[in-house]
Design a protein around this ligand. Structure first.
Ligand code: AMP
Length: 110
């Protein structure tokens, strides 16, 4: 298996797991860009959001919302990001949602 996040799901690469269910895994980003930076990924491999349907995107979003509350960033605000493709800045070709919070965010993003 060549996909980094599939290997994390299989437990072949360690991760700092914060949530897991039948469909979704969430773990802390190895190179955090904010005090809270969590990646939420589907257990089934999709190259990007372009391949994924509303059910899995909905599940991932619900997990992101719950984690925002449990991480204590819901009240002040947070950001959910899905980088897609080359110009979108996607470096890992397994669909993932970034949950970022704990600091003030800039807009527009770089
Ligand atoms: P993206 O650039 O949107 O594709 O996001 C990929 C993210 O995966 C980056 O924020 C990386 O820091 C993160 N990442 C890469 N390898 C690992 C790893 N082994 N464990 C946790 N996060 C990782």
């Amino acid at each position: 298996m060549n996909c980094l996040f599939c290997r994390i799901i299989e437990g072949q690469i360690p991760s700092s797991k914060v949530y897991e269910d039948e469909y979704v895994l969430a773990f802390r980003d190895i190179d955090p860009q904010a005090p809270t930076h969590i990646l939420i990924i589907p257990k089934k491999h999709y190259d990007s959001v372009l391949e994924a349907g509303p059910r899995i995107i909905g599940r991932m979003t619900e997990v992101a919302k719950k984690l925002a509350v449990s991480e204590g960033i819901a009240e002040n605000g947070f950001r959910i990001v899905i980088n897609t493709g080359e110009e979108g800045g996607q470096s890992v070709k397994h669909l993932h949602m970034h949950l970022l919070g704990g600091r003030s965010m800039q807009w527009p993003p770089g």
